[in-house]
Design a protein around this ligand. Sequence first.
Ligand code: SAM
Length: 357
Amino acid sequence: MQPCPKFSCPSTLKSGPQVLSAGEPASSATVIPIPTINLLDVLGPSDGLSSVSDVAYMAFACIFPLEKTVLKDSRPAVKQEKQHTLEQQLVQIVESVRGPGPKGTPQQTVLEILGVEGVNHPKFMQERMMSEEWKWFNVETLSEDAIIFAFQLLYKHHTVFLRQHWLGVVAMQNPMDAWSINDIIYTLKPDLIIEAGTANGGSALMWASMLHLIGKGGRVVTLDMNRPEQISWVETRENPWDNPLWDQYVTFIQGSSTDPAIHKQVKDMADKAKMVLVLLDSSHEEDHVGLETGLYCPLASPGSYCIVQDTKMGRFNWHNPKNALQAFLASHPEFASDRTRELLFTDHPSGYLKRTG
Ligand SMILES: C[S@@+](CC[C@H](N)C(=O)[O-])C[C@H]1O[C@@H](n2cnc3c(N)ncnc32)[C@H](O)[C@@H]1O
């Protein structure tokens, strides 16, 4: 298994631990190299690891899968040695990013880094991972949040979203969110889906496909400053307009979603529709999301949703759409985050805003 092939450990770890097969004398130990990890090289300062615990999450995400591949010996002496090596690795990785921390036992350090908050919550107690590896670190559970965040970092690092096609066109939706949004479309059967942020058009084509499957007509109006063919940073296999569903279901409008003329055009369409669903996936900068939520969420029908996408970005010290989302919710009591729509691995935490009134 090569969980983190591009990551590199601090150079002092390059030689890696000795791995013994059961019953083998220590002299014939096989050395399995550990890849070198430099988290900052991989994620870059602009991606930002917002806290020490983020670094620890990432370190866990790398070390544990690697660990599974090298741990084959359960003899206590060997196990103890390996445990020590892994604890040292984790501490060194964290310290290589944040500088030397307060000294404690490795176990204390791990708990200090991950935080003990919530570890004993009944919900987590139920979900504890009982494998030997977790027990070694006296961290009987790693929070769901830590696992999801580590996965998000990898998903982003490997730019998986640029390799996802729908009917041949790149669709940058997190697949689990796409599943949830498709279910919302199926449930609401909207007459109009408003999408800010077309990019290549793969997501609009996906929503159009759902409308087609439902068989009640409907329209997707999708907005972008750039035409799909101008999105040069993505390699797509096909153009969306080559698919007949595009003309049948999709209206593309070029321009900024915050341009009053464009907003009016979309509002006119919404005024004629009975059930309107809103998806905000254009710029995720805080100010822009603040404007876009104010302009477009009110177009969502009662019972429908305004889905503020990529709220996870705040964790990357990058844009912070979540601040804008919180400000919007504070001034719009008719909306509430519907967290039941999040299918565990979501890019839109708290972003599924249901219009209740
Ligand atoms: C994340 S991509 C959209 C991805 C697309 N929904 C998908 O799933 O494949 C964001 C898009 O928003 C567009 N964009 C950025 N600022 C915008 C604005 N002010 N108005 C409209 N579109 C904007 C960008 O050109 C980019 O294509």
